[in-house]
Design a protein around this ligand. Structure first.
Ligand SMILES: *[C@@H]1O[C@H](CO)[C@@H](O)[C@H](O)[C@H]1NC(C)=O
Ligand SMILES: *[C@@H]1O[C@H](CO)[C@@H](O)[C@H](O)[C@H]1NC(C)=O
Length: 471
């Protein structure tokens, strides 16, 4: 810590979805670890969790206006939403936070604000207070750069089907267009993000690649600071309502009973719900692939009070009995970092949410990619084509939101083939494994003294200190 300059006073405003909140709070702890005064503005439920898991962070609690938006009291997280309508209501509720948060910022102006891009109004508040503000969107910079390229090429709008990302360092083909409604919303957010003084990225420069960092900065005139991976920086506690039916102890002993590099881990994050017939295909695919698996399914699946008939809708008859040894189904929440870090795990079938992707990268586990919404389709390209640490399963339907009906099924055959391609050995699979290990090392290196994220943080702190001291 530099004794000539008093510590910075920073306010972090994370969005209330686990995939946004957890990584941004992890990044917040990095500033605190360098001796700066960090306040996270959060709602009661998360404040309680942060208080326990991250004592270096100060907290300012604002009430979440659940009732005003039509939710029962106690709802504070986006993952409580189960429909598009709920998601809209939830987002509406977060817009109501503007009043109490602005008031707090005015009364306690910090040296810098770091806010999720789902709060686009923050940058206006910061401008009025003449405080620098930084945006965080939870995406990789590769993805932001891709979105920016698509956004600035309206000609792409005219038809559907596969397209090449225009003006891009690599020749990248996307299998389908993002739904218009989603891009319209996203584009507005990306635009207001430009009002900020820079972008905070939960990734490390080697993963996004200097070519994409330069491409982004040249194309937008906006600076990106790579400070992650957050999941290596700090473990932030989380709570998911009910606990999973499998205890950590049972899970570890199950994994311990397996050969090294023999298990496929299947999980689609906290926001994705597949229709029963898709889950059915997934079950068949996993069974046909004949490798051991841990499969995380949403909590409501296969509850005791569900009738046999109800259960059969998503699981083939006798599936659990036949796979009693080979497979472990976890209903609800699973300790993902623990699973990915276990030596028995050889592959991760994932929706490519950035949070999960980064966890797989840091654990050195190759991915089988199956994107569902939003940034996940871009992340898939980075994982497969650009960095070569995964194989695609073949999902092409870009959904508007993680739940609800889908039109195109990913067949059991696609799933089975992808699993085998990665799990049955062979040169291609070996090469993917080798690169996955290499990126895991780079991830760890990036946060150490002299590593790229460590250096980016040092540079950002120096920049902020200069801004404050010359104000
Ligand atoms: C995100 O990351 C944290 C820790 O880095 C992890 O515990 C959590 O399960 C991840 N996924 C989501 C969707 O929150
Ligand atoms: C972050 O680190 C990368 C890799 O060392 C470097 O290219 C980039 O310029 C740094 N960014 C900033 C804003 O200092």
């Amino acid at each position: 810590m530099d004794h000539q300059h008093p510590p910075l006073n920073l306010h972090f405003i994370p969005y209330l979805a686990p995939g946004h909140l957890i990584p941004l709070c992890s990044i917040a702890t990095l500033f605190a670890a360098r001796g700066h005064h960090v306040t996270v503005i959060s709602t009661p439920c998360y404040a309680q969790i942060l208080r326990k898991s991250s004592p270096s962070l100060h907290l300012h609690v604002v009430e979440f206006p659940a009732r005003e938006a039509g939710f029962p009291d106690g709802v504070e997280l986006m993952s409580a939403a189960n429909s598009l309508e709920d998601a809209r209501k939830f987002h509406y509720a977060t817009t109501l936070l503007r009043v109490p948060i602005s008031r707090f910022l005015e009364q306690h102006p910090p040296d810098c604000i770091v806010a999720d891009f789902f709060y686009p109004w923050v940058h206006d508040v910061a401008n009025n207070l003449r405080i620098p503000s930084f945006a965080f969107n939870g995406f990789s910079l590769f993805t932001v750069a891709a979105m920016e390229s698509v956004r600035s090429n309206p000609a792409l709008d005219s038809d559907s089907g596969p397209f090449v990302i225009p003006d891009f360092p690599h020749h990248i083909i996307l299998c389908s267009r993002p739904p218009k409604m989603a891009t319209a919303f996203m584009d507005r957010l990306l635009e207001t993000e430009m009002k900020s003084d820079g972008l905070i990225v939960n990734s490390f420069a080697e993963l996004d690649g200097v070519e994409y960092i330069q491409h982004y900065e040249k194309g937008t005139g906006h600076k990106a600071w790579h400070l992650g991976p957050g999941c290596l920086a700090a473990k932030i506690g989380e709570e998911r309502g009910k606990k999973s039916v499998v205890s950590e102890k049972e899970l570890v002993s199950w994994l311990n009973s397996k050969q090294p590099k023999s298990v496929v881990y299947v999980c689609f994050g906290s926001m994705c719900r597949f229709p029963d017939k898709q889950l059915y295909e997934m079950a068949c695919g996993l069974e046909e692939a004949a490798h051991d698996f841990v499969w995380v399914v949403p909590e409501k699946k296969g509850k005791e009070d569900e009738s046999e008939e109800e259960k059969e809708k998503w699981l083939p008859k006798g599936f659990e009995e036949r796979n009693a040894k080979k497979g472990l189904i976890i209903r609800g929440w699973a300790p993902q970092l623990l699973i990915l870090g276990h030596t028995a795990v050889a592959a991760f079938l994932t929706h490519c949410g950035w949070n999960s992707t980064l966890e797989a990268i840091t654990a050195g586990v190759p991915m089988l990619t199956w994107p569902v919404v939003g940034d996940q389709f871009y992340n898939e390209r980075l994982v497969t084509e650009v960095r070569g640490v995964g194989l695609e399963v073949g999902a092409t339907e870009w959904r508007l939101i993680g739940y609800g009906e889908s039109e195109k099924l990913v067949t059991s055959d696609c799933i089975q083939k992808a699993v085998r391609r990665l799990m049955d050995g062979g040169d291609e699979a070996q090469e993917i494994r080798r690169r996955a290990r290499e990126f895991a090392d780079k991830a760890k290196q990036s946060l150490r003294d002299g590593g790229s994220s460590h250096n980016n943080l040092t540079a950002l702190i120096a920049h902020l200190t200069r801004l404050r001291d010359t104000r």
